[in-house]
Write a protein that binds this ligand. Sequence first.
Ligand code: GLA
Ligand code: ZN
Length: 670
Amino acid sequence: MNQQLKIKKMMYGGDYNPEQWPEEIWQEDMKLLKEAHIDTLTLNVFSWAALQPSEEEYNFEKLDKIMKLVKENGFQVVLATSTGAHPAWMAKKYPDILRVEFDGRKRKFGGRHNSCPNSPTYRKYSVRLAKKLAERYKDYDNIVAWHISNEYGGECYCENCEKAFRVWLKEKYKTLDALNKAWNTRFWGHTFYEWDEIVLPDLRSEHFEYDRSQFQGITLDYKRFNSESILECYKQEYEAVKSVTPDIPVTTNLMGFFKMLDYKMWAKYMDFISWDNYPANEDSPAMIAMNHELMRGIKGGQPFILMEQTPSVTNWLPYNALKRPGVMRLWSYQAVAHGSDSVMFFQMRRSVGACEKLHGAVIDHAGTNETRVYREVRALGEELDRIGGLTLGAREEAKVALYFDWDNWWAVECSAGPSCELKYKDEILNYYEALHSRNIAVDLVGPEDDLDGYKMLIAPVLYMTKEGYDEKIRQFVKNGGTFVTTFFSGYVDESDRIIPGGYPGRLRDILGLWVEEEDALPSGTENSFTYNDVNYPARLLCDLSHPEGAEILSVYDSDFYARMPVLTVNPLEKGKAYYVATRSNREFYEIFLKNLCEEVGIEPVTEPQKDLEATERVNENGRFLFLLNHGEGELSVKLDQDGTEIIENQDYQAGDEILIRAKDVKIIRR
Ligand code: GLA
Ligand code: ZN
């Protein structure tokens, strides 16, 4: 499913909840939002209880008024289906809609994102509501997109889910023999003889804590099942609105690196990706950027919509620091630099009650245009008007692919051993950060993505080698690609069963070595190795390997495995495969990847310097070089081509130095 937004400029706006306010305020809102150059409003995100006051009754009166108001005032609408929180009466009448927690606790009514995904009641009434909304508002030509539910997530361990899990398993394995084999159930006498002996893996059964499972095969399948169950809710609403408005693209707001849902699979059923970006002030620019890359990557590099960010402050962090002056603008452009075709906020007006009353908004409790936040929003709105549609649809042209896979994420982190400190995302970030610091464009790719056009594939902690992926890597390398992988790779198949015959299993011939053992270093302890005459730490995990054709580039300095390889390269036909047997530090990753990139001719977008982030997006209007200064001092960048800065509309010539103040952004069209 793939349908582009029909927009003429970058969308600017966000969540608007006029239903929480008396109507007198609405006209004031319209005035203030227009003055801020806002053009798009996300409506109806949490109105289910208002729209359906009882089982038989629907009431669209207020939403009719809001739709009319917004249309008359010239706004585009992202229309939500309101199914992110069910009504209280529904929970009372149909308790099957309530979730059961990981510890077995049955929930009562309350909160949001709280419906059991396999509840027949939820499925029936959410889909019915979505369809009714589509039928009622189908003639509004200002609806640019459907926004199904809101930030899907969570898990349910109720009896309905348990029954549905068995059906899902039957479909997947066909026979109990196949299931018993995949889960290795001879271990601890788990053999299943009837399907209904299988129970959900939770605190009452296979888990001793949330992440650590005693039967990874079962847990892994539950995670897949849960992600697919929730996806099914989304798909049913998708079909409902599409059956009435086939020309309106459909999305749901994702959350970056969100572990519970396999977004790579979800992306197939979304016309375009949208996501909510809520970094903490202390998150590094690379960390934020990597989330954007993932959201761009799950749909093959297609631009996404930044659906939400706070204009100033959140309410749910331990310390809800303000975004400093200029940071909202900087992070907005950062999203655009990495593929966004919008800048959107949660929310337009700050609510007066419940937990989000202290969450930032464009219009604050003061209710005026006389606030710092409002002024910053208005100033950015003016700029986006100037940029208009120039950058819409522009794509990045990365030569480096960084592999990321949800199944692998789940499997690595529910594994018992080798180290409680091993976090898949951290290992991805180590490599991403090093490339980001050098302004090297990176695509995050998944197992199904094509590798054509890339010069380098990096797959840290490729613990699960999916059937056929080794062959993809092999061909990539043979055809001249450079492959990099690390410790704890090639261990298991898709069911989390070890691939016997020596690690890294199917990758053994590609890397030209075999791994015999793996040592986990407790936090605070380290080994070391020397690379290009500099000594670097070896931390977390150390693989003990034997080359079978690979050339040793560096060895461990100490312990009983001193002089065993820590860094190797294996030539394979036209390409090379590198193996990094341990985790090191930032300095190492930077220099190591710098050298590899230089060796294979991967160029930075612009010469790297501290605090400078640079990306390039390309469309039929030109090549857009984004230069962002994340630091506190001024930066100067020498341009290597003529171009026009499109925020200020200023021309530059090759050789000119362009000055970028602290937190400032330049976008050069070339
Ligand atoms: C999420 C939700 C919004 C709002 C914001 C607050 O992104 O989608 O409804 O709660 O968080 O940060
Ligand atoms: Zn359930």
